[in-house]
Ligand binder design. Structure first.
Ligand SMILES: [Zn+2]
Ligand SMILES: [Zn+2]
Length: 306
């Protein structure tokens, strides 16, 4: 059982407002932080959320618009001043390397930890860890941009302890082998793993749109997400503007969530014209039955469905 939660650090589009900082989303899974976008000043909420400056960390930059990447330098400097020692892996499109290296050269920032830049130049799986994978898909925005999915590998099925006792299977190694799908022999009798262990249980899947128009490609990419975090810069009254600026409306986000069979939709990245996101929420709720909206510092726990 791995604890998993989403913490929104910045939820405004383009311009920060009194209540909303620029884009940044953290997914905390066990002891690791997966950070999606680092808008300016994001470290303020990062510290306040007590996420830990020396945690294992991967940073993903959806695209190189200022409100999604300009916070990187300040964030790195803050962690360095607070004594971070662990390496950070950062992922983004090819110009991310240029952006960071040029800035490091000019500012001559001396960091207390290493940074490894991973360039994403094609779609597909970019990280395959023991428990989960991260994949990316091209978004439909005014500059090269990616959407991301985190998907946990299936977990082993439920171990039927009563049955194991009934069949006099010795505890310890045999239990472990059965749990791992191996058959065992007890007193000359073959016991199959699937007699004791139930079917594998699906892991959780979280989708993060970044900035984008809705697209068929994203609808397929986000298939059956437990939680889909989708940008909702405008409401439907501004659909023309959304098309013009390569963003989405809350109704479009909700339709994509519904058509991709995503369980829950969380709206974020709101235009500064909305001091209250209720109008966006209500619009999306006419289309999808489980919608919420992000606020800075709001946390969503992600339970297992199986
Ligand atoms: Zn944006
Ligand atoms: Zn953008």
């Amino acid at each position: 059982m791995a604890d998993m939660k989403i913490v929104f650090l910045g939820t405004s589009a383009a311009i920060p407002t009194q209540r909303r900082g620029l884009s940044s989303i953290v997914i905390k899974r066990e002891g690791e932080l997966l950070i999606f976008d680092v808008g300016e000043g994001m470290q303020r909420n990062f510290l306040q959320a007590k996420l830990g400056i020396n945690k294992k960390m991967k940073v993903f930059i959806t695209h190189l618009h200022i409100d999604h990447c300009l916070g990187l330098l300040g964030f790195f400097q803050t962690m360095s001043l607070l004594g971070r020692t662990k390496k950070i892996d950062i992922y983004g499109e090819p110009r991310l390397r240029e952006f960071l290296n040029e800035n490091f050269r000019i500012i001559n920032i001396g960091l207390s930890f290493e940074i490894t830049i991973h360039i994403i130049d094609k779609e597909g799986i970019i990280i395959n860890e023991q428990d989960y994978q991260v994949s990316c898909c091209r978004a439909d925005h005014s500059v090269p941009a990616f959407s991301f999915c985190i998907k946990e590998h299936p977990r082993p099925g439920i171990f039927n302890i009563d049955k194991a006792i009934e069949l006099s299977i010795p505890k310890g190694g045999m239990y472990r082998r059965l749990q791992n799908g191996e058959d065992v022999i007890v007193d000359g009798k073959l016991i199959k793993s699937n007699e004791i262990v139930g079917p594998k249980r699906r892991g959780r899947k979280i989708g993060i749109s970044g900035d984008t128009r809705p697209s068929l490609k994203l609808r397929n990419f986000f298939d059956s997400c437990d939680i889909l975090i989708f940008e909702s810069t405008y409401n439907q009254d501004y659909q023309e503007k959304a098309i013009e600026t390569f963003h989405s409306t809350s109704a479009e986000a909700a339709l994509l969530a519904k058509e991709s069979n995503s369980n829950k939709l969380i709206l974020t990245h709101f235009s500064s014209r909305y001091s209250d996101a209720t109008i966006l929420l209500n619009e999306a709720r006419t289309i999808h039955n489980d919608v919420d909206f992000a606020e800075d510092m709001k946390t969503f726990h992600i339970p297992y469905t199986e």
